[in-house]
Write a protein that binds this ligand. Structure first.
Ligand code: AMP
Ligand code: GLY
Length: 424
């Protein structure tokens, strides 16, 4: 197949590596891609936010399937533009992508579908925010309504800090004040063709910048899959996955379909396993980053067939995808100053030595080729170091050995990724 992947992060690189690993001779294109992807796909300077440019490229290159990586092109309507022209595209249209693009929309859909989530209040003024804090109690959770790349959310017991965060975003519109959900977080992905739903394997993401879940929220600093501790808590991954499929994913997909806005693509459920059961903390309308880097390397079924089936309404022909027993860990290497103000343009060295560690591969996020032919950083999250192993002890040792080879001035990474499962 001739497949175009839109996006330029480590998630998109992971998608390309999974397609490449099928050995099916796919012709792969990435727009706009990055320096690392250039080894695995043809990187093209097409703006994913420009429907006319993307459709022109698709027609010119006779692309069979477009896979949309990030949320911004979805919310901008790229999938609608392609679908209108009969081009198979994996990614929801603008209306269904509001599940991620608007927290108010997501809450309404969850309520209509009877899906458990945190209680929430829409506040328009400082006084309403304060009243919501009183009603919902601490810790306080405040969210900006629109897309904010993981930065619009604050979770804190410091009421003054929560209020200051709310006031920053109140200038742009109403904010959401939420009940705090207490418990471990799980990211679970579902493929959907608008009707049928198929779960992938669960992963855990590390959203805070620093070890011990300290520091600001980020786009994600590391992840691992599978989640062995689900056995004690839920009787295993399969039990959790089935429960969430039936109580969360299917009702949401049905609700969106009933409203005339079918969701074709990847439904990302961010879940908290509370003492009162599984609750949704957020939905995203695309693969998670960095979770994709640990989920896709474990996928046994050919990814291209699953994505094409979802894009063309035939997912029901596929059984639930199978995953390898191997475990996967990813550690994100980020720039100095990330997430607030990443320093870019710095030389990156040691990639070959990192990739030479057994079981390790690199997914590039923000890398660019310098005039001298070397690599430089070009954004906040620079690389995802991915390690596979037969145990978490092995995979984490491999991942951190590889991280140790990367030389990037001021780089940041967490040293506690998968720490809670390292003995397994
Ligand atoms: P969101 O942008 O909604 O995905 O939130 C980002 C992160 O903030 C989540 O992954 C959680 O770690 C945390 N978070 C958001 N909402 C809540 C909540 N109601 N209770 C606890 N943690 C939350
Ligand atoms: N890992 C969080 C996200 O992709 O939104």
């Amino acid at each position: 197949m001739r497949i175009l992947v839109l996006g330029s992060g480590a998630r998109e690189h992971a998608i390309i590596l999974a397609l490449r690993s099928e050995d099916a001779g796919h012709e792969l294109f990435a727009a706009p891609g990055n320096a690392g992807m250039a080894h695995d796909a043809t990187v093209v300077a097409v703006d994913p936010l420009d429907p006319a440019a993307v459709t022109a490229f698709v027609n010119q290159e006779r692309i069979d399937l477009v896979v949309v990586g990030p949320e911004a092109p979805l919310v901008a309507g790229i999938a609608d533009a392609l679908r209108e022209r009969g081009i198979p595209v994996f990614g929801p249209g603008r209306a269904a992508a509001q599940l991620e693009g608007s927290k108010a929309f997501a809450k309404r859909i969850m309520e209509a579908a009877g899906v458990p989530t945190a209680r929430a209040v829409h506040a328009r003024t400082t006084a309403e925010v304060e009243a919501a804090f009183d009603e919902l109690g601490a810790p306080h959770v405040v969210k900006a309504d629109g897309l904010a790349a993981g930065k619009g959310v604050i979770v804190t017991s410091d009421r003054a800090a929560a209020l200051a965060h709310a006031e920053t975003y109140l200038a742009l519109g109403p904010v959401l004040v939420e009940e705090y959900l207490d418990g471990p977080e799980v990211s679970l992905f579902f493929l959907s063709d608008g009707d049928t739903v198929r779960p992938l394997a669960p992963a855990q993401d590390y959203k805070r910048l620093r070890d011990g879940d300290e520091g600001p929220n980020t786009g994600g600093m590391g992840a691992y899959s599978p989640l062995p501790w689900l056995t004690e808590r839920f009787g295993g991954e399969q039990a959790l996955t089935e429960e969430v499929t039936h109580t969360i994913a299917e009702p949401v997909i049905r609700q969106l379909d009933a409203e005339g806005t079918p969701f074709i693509g990847l439904l990302y459920a961010g879940l908290v396993l509370t003492d009162d059961g599984v609750k949704v903390v957020e939905f995203n309308a695309r693969f998670g980053d960095p979770e994709t880097q640990v989920v896709l390397p474990r996928l046994v079924d050919p990814l291209s067939q699953l994505l094409l089936s979802a894009a063309s309404g035939h997912l029901e022909d596929h059984p639930v995808p199978a995953f390898a027993e191997a475990v996967a860990v990813t550690v994100v290497v980020a720039s100095e100053g990330y997430p607030a103000a990443p320093v870019t343009g710095r030389m990156i060295e040691g990639l070959d030595a990192a990739a030479a560690v057994p079981g390790v591969h690199l997914a590039h996020a923000a890398t660019a080729v310098a005039p001298d032919g070397g690599l430089v950083s070009s954004g906040g999250r620079v690389l995802s170091i991915v390690a596979l192993g037969s145990s978490f002890a092995e995979a984490t040792a491999r991942a951190y050995e590889a991280v140790g080879h990367i030389r990037l001035e001021g780089a940041q990474h967490r040293s506690d990724i998968a720490a809670r499962v390292r003995e397994t």
